[in-house]
Design a protein around this ligand. Structure first.
Ligand code: PLP
Ligand code: COI
Length: 340
């Protein structure tokens, strides 16, 4: 029995689902963890997360496949990335095996909220961790909570899979040798002013350039870039200060091994962007969202793929990636984890 939701018209917004997973870290260890219906958190006003933003998170999705199974996509990579985020923020690591078990439990418990195959919606899973004990001098908390909830979502951008218009940002998202490569809440707090300002000016997202020289492409507030050259190569920006997107790493593999494309993961000069044939944003939430126009301080870079539809190669990447996620195309070994 599925939940009675209008699956086809969901946006990317929070819908409370019945169960979430919680584990607390106290006296140097994680407790055994539990599913709970309680969606409210009570903690000290002086908790590390509230004072010094000691928090990190992840994002992954569960899908209903063509043959009716419920699966998640490469959750092991989310567990590994969260481990890196936790270490950089002086937080305890939530063990990978336990992370995977928690994903299985949360999805299984909220099975009715996994959108049906073909609805265009998916179940977004949000694991996160935060310092819960009191901190007033600048130092890490002693106690933490790991939590994971899920919420059914539609497309991240309201256009769905139609091309979007973005702008080059004058704000920086991350510092050289900072925290851009981990999924720290603070990176997103940093980007809020820039995204509100972008939206107020009619743009869907910000293209951030490298903070040191402002000559290389980094990423947007919530996705990595993919570019297609006029001779059909996939190019993705390399930088120490962008998030290592699991979607981007998967697209690179798919491009090379399923579509036979040449793939270059390298530094991308902003100057080169005008010469690309197609551009897209990729991420768990964004999936692959095509970019039609990049506005550089009033000067428009119009991608030859246009504003009507996805570029041809971007579309092939999109169809192959989502085909793998939805069980229509055979996945590489280890990419799909079935929820029993
Ligand atoms: N870059 C940023 C800043 C993000 O927030 C995300 C979303 O997770 C991504 C890239 C895409 O990463 P992934 O494909 O692992 O979801
Ligand atoms: C994700 O794609 O999972 C993210 O965390 C991006 C966020 C902007 C929703």
């Amino acid at each position: 029995m599925g939940a009675n939701l209008d699956w086809g018209n969901l946006g990317f917004a929070y819908v409370r689902t019945p169960y979430r997973y919680v584990s607390d870290f106290k006296d140097g260890k994680w407790d055994e963890g539990r599913l709970t219906g309680e969606d409210k958190i009570v903690m000290s006003e002086c908790a590390g997360v509230l004072q010094y933003a000691q928090t990190c998170f992840e994002g992954l999705k569960a899908y209903t496949t063509a043959d009716g199974k419920i699966v998640t996509f490469r959750p092991d990579l989310n567990a590994e990335r969260m481990e890196n985020s936790a270490k950089r923020l002086e937080m305890p690591v939530f063990p990978k095996e336990r992370f995977l078990e928690a994903v299985d439990k949360v999805v299984a418990a909220n099975r009715d909220y996994v959108p049906p195959y073909g609805s265009g919606a998916t179940l977004y899973i949000r694991p996160f961790m935060f310092g819960s004990s009191e901190v007033i001098g600048v130092k890490p908390a002693k106690e933490y909570q790991f939590r994971m909830f899920c919420t059914p979502v539609g497309p991240y951008f309201k256009e769905g899979v139609r091309p979007i218009v973005i702008r080059v940002s004058d704000f920086d998202r991350a510092a050289p040798r900072g925290t851009g490569h981990i999924k720290a809440g603070l990176n997103y707090a940093m980007s809020l002013h820039a995204i509100v300002d972008a939206h107020n000016n009619g743009f869907e997202e910000n293209m951030y350039l490298d903070p040191a020289t402002r000559t290389y492409v980094e990423e947007t507030g919530g996705a990595n870039f993919i570019f297609i050259t006029k001779d059909g190569k996939l190019v993705t920006p390399l930088s120490d200060s962008i998030l290592p997107s699991i979607t981007r790493r998967s697209i690179c593999y798919v491009a090379e091994h399923y579509l036979g494309l040449k793939v270059e993961h390298r530094k991308v000069k902003f100057e080169e962007v005008k010469d690309f044939a197609e551009c897209g944003l990729c991420g768990t939430a964004a999936v692959i969202s095509p970019v039609g126009i990049i506005n550089d301080h009033g000067k428009e870079i119009k991608l030859p793929s246009g504003m009507k539809k996805m570029g041809e190669i971007t579309k092939k990447l999109y169809d192959t990636l989502t085909g793998i996620q939805m069980g229509k195309i055979e996945a590489p070994e280890g990419w799909i984890r079935e929820i029993k």
